[in-house]
Design a protein around this ligand. Structure first.
Ligand code: HSE
Length: 299
């Protein structure tokens, strides 16, 4: 059976909710998968010049994980159409993993339940916020602290849009995690707990004004500042242009803002200008929240 999966980009952390909140965005990669004797990969779009079109490709590795977990001896022919920019904090690796897993599972007749797919995705990615949102869509709250994942999903009810400024340079998540401290002051943890609670209330009730304080963070952004030239100035430019708040998208370098719809493009341009003042070219996108996650269709 040949299937096509559409899998969304994701923005993680959203300020204070480090490794806990991922939000799916309406920017999609497509993965086509068909079981075959050997594994072959074709890639078009973002990353086509640098991604390995071999079985070591992340989409292929995810597909082969499904075959292994389902005790099937098979390879896959895989075709990727990529639109999510690589290494920018928009969940390109989560999309590759979620896309490969869901497509291979569907192509084999869904031998793995959804929980097993999420578990594999989490183990491949190392943290669960992006992969969970890429799999189920919406804003997903994950807890992986007890060695297994529990999650819940929210569709933000606020009357606002998400604006993403995407610079041309990339940051590897592995590097952006090595700059983080193993221990943090209790006051920093307490501050993030309070802000994450405000963020969730803002999503559930639509009290978007809460984002004026809720998007600040003390657990990861201050340590990642050195990897993202202009970070604080981009946050400030977004707020000055009318955004409720702004935050690093995942581990960066993209920056995500929440703004009233009428101000969205002004906020995006202000963020792009602020990146330019730091010597970095960028573009902006206004992206609705994706509510579907990774969806498989037979072709
Ligand atoms: N929560 C992860 C991190 C997301 O901040 O490292 C990576 O995109």
């Amino acid at each position: 059976m040949m299937v096509r999966v559409r899998v969304p980009a994701t923005t993680a952390n959203f300020g204070p909710a480090f490794d806990v909140i991922g939000i799916a965005l309406a920017l999609y990669n497509e993965v086509e998968v068909e079981p075959a004797e050997s594994t072959e990969v074709e890639i078009a779009g973002e990353g086509e010049e640098i991604l390995a079109a071999t079985p070591s490709n992340l989409v292929a590795r995810a597909a082969l994980e499904v075959a292994r977990a389902a005790h099937r001896r098979t390879g896959f022919h895989i075709r990727c159409r990529n639109r999510i920019p690589l290494g920018r904090g928009l969940g390109s690796s989560a999309a590759a993993i979620a896309g490969g897993l869901v497509a291979a599972n569907a192509a084999l007749g869904n031998p793995l339940p959804a929980e097993a797919v999420l578990d594999l995705a989490w183990k491949m990615e190392g943290h669960a916020d992006n992969v969970a949102a890429a799999l189920v869509g919406g804003a997903v709250l994950v807890d992986a602290s007890a060695g297994r994942i529990t999650w819940t999903r929210i569709i933000p009810t606020w009357d606002a849009v998400i604006v993403v400024a995407v610079p041309e340079f990339s940051v590897a998540t592995t590097e952006a995690r090595t700059v983080l401290p193993a221990r943090v002051p209790l006051s920093d943890a307490v501050s993030n707990i309070g802000r994450t609670a405000q963020l969730v209330v803002a999503m559930l009730t639509g009290q978007v004004e809460l984002l004026r304080t809720a998007l600040a963070d003390t657990l990861h952004q201050p340590y990642r500042r050195a990897l993202v030239p202009g970070m604080d100035n981009v946050f400030e430019a977004a707020r000055d242009a009318g955004a409720y708040g702004a935050a690093l998208s995942g581990s960066g370098p993209s920056i995500v803002a929440v703004a009233p719809g009428a101000q969205a493009h002004g906020v995006g341009e202000a963020m792009v200008d602020a990146f330019a003042r730091a010597g970095k070219r960028a573009k902006h996108m206004v992206l609705p929240v994706d509510e579907s996650g990774a969806v498989a269709a037979r072709i």
